[in-house]
Design a protein around this ligand. Structure first.
Ligand code: CMX
Ligand code: CO
Length: 144
């Protein structure tokens, strides 16, 4: 079961400037930041709210760390904006398998590491009405 909107991923050229926009405009603070070399991103997670299942919803601000990363490619084509949405689930493996059986391309054979030690996978945007869609199981049994 997909139980929440875990985060919305927003691609930007300048992470510090974008963090400052969200802080000064809305009052959102950085909850966590990290570099994910595998994904080729420097990211800041802004915690928006807690959710009924003990998780939370975030904005994930993403700046590419290298030219050949998926986010750099996307920025070059589209400019800054919403890059993907992510649904939270307690069991990303089972969800990915179910969704794959429905004929939607799941991009990874096995989930990879996402922010804050989560396990993540992606669904191809061409099979999801143009929306790059991520599935996330947060560390510590779905709670974060
Ligand atoms: N949203 C919607 N459509 C997208 C998209 C996105 N974010 N990224 C690519 N597309 C579309 C393109 O517009 C293109 O469509 P057209 O053929 O109609 O022009 C098509 O998908 C292929 O795009 P591409 O530029 O050739 O890019 P690739 O096929 O090389 O890569 C994808 C696309 C989805 C496979 C790749 O972006 C990917 O693997 N994404 C998952 C990983 C990721 O996004 N990591 C960063 C975030 C990390 C995190 O959230 O923690
Ligand atoms: Co994400």
């Amino acid at each position: 079961m997909l139980t929440r909107i875990d985060h919305i991923g927003i691609a930007c050229f300048d992470l510090d400037r974008t963090v400052e926009f969200y802080r000064s405009t809305y009052g959102f603070e950085v909850f966590h930041s990290e570099v994910n070399e595998e994904q080729g991103v420097r990211e800041a997670m802004l915690r928006i709210n807690g959710t009924d299942d003990g998780g939370a919803s975030y904005l994930q601000l993403l700046e590419p760390t290298r030219e050949d990363s998926t986010v750099a490619k996307w920025l070059a084509k589209n400019g800054e904006g919403v890059h993907h949405i992510a649904f939270g689930t307690a069991d990303v493996d089972a969800e990915a398998a179910d969704i794959r059986d429905k004929g939607v391309r799941v991009l990874y054979d096995e989930p990879r590491t996402g922010s804050m030690g989560s396990r993540i996978t992606f669904l191809h945007p061409k099979d999801c009405g143009g929306v790059l869609t991520e599935l996330v199981t947060s560390a510590a049994g779905g709670h974060r």
